[in-house]
Design a protein around this ligand. Structure first.
Ligand SMILES: [Cu+2]
Length: 175
């Protein structure tokens, strides 16, 4: 008699606890989905895809300038001296056009990073030289891992509230 009462009480307690956990889980899940991303699985796939794309060099900067076609604009990046090496003073020249006209952006920067590896913050400020040409000086550090793949993300900003022009180039440093 006492044993069965104990089992009953225990059963109710366990069911209550499980119910609370389940409720928490459901509420937590909903909150998580709503506040973070609408579809974590899709977002994860997209992130992986972007990382893979970023990790593959798409620009032979040591051979010459690279050009990228964005919506309504063309952004060209040239880095000298060539071949482009680590731990060397480099000049970064960006040319931006909208159709035949030089882009009206007034300043910008290049963010240098290694795909999938934090190498510290490395930004090259770009000054407008007129005619859609922007220039800045910088340096790419040598990676202790021996990897030489970097991305140069160019951002150009205008005076107004228009969204900045962004172009990402992935390149391989010369040895
Ligand atoms: Cu690295």
């Amino acid at each position: 008699m006492r044993t069965s009462l104990f089992v009953l009480v225990l059963g109710v307690a366990v069911a209550g606890a499980l119910g609370a956990v389940a409720a928490n889980f459901v509420v937590g899940n909903r909150l998580f989905e709503r506040t973070v991303v609408p579809d974590p699985y899709e977002a994860g796939l997209r992130y992986d895809e972007e990382r893979k794309k970023a990790a593959r060099p798409d620009c032979a900067l040591s051979a010459g300038p690279c050009r990228q076609q964005l919506d309504g604009a063309t952004v060209t990046l040239e880095v000298t001296p060539r071949p482009v090496r680590a731990m060397t003073d480099l000049v970064f020249t960006v040319t931006a056009r909208r159709g035949e006209a030089p882009a009206a952006e007034t300043a910008g920067e290049i963010s240098l990073a290694m795909p999938g590896m934090y190498m510290g913050d490395n930004r090259v400020p770009l000054a407008a030289r007129g005619g859609g040409v922007f220039q800045g000086k910088g340096l790419v550090v040598r990676c202790p891992s021996g990897r030489r793949t970097w991305t140069a993300e160019v951002t150009l900003r205008g005076a107004g509230a228009a969204p900045p022009l962004r172009a990402r180039f992935t390149f391989e440093l010369a040895e």
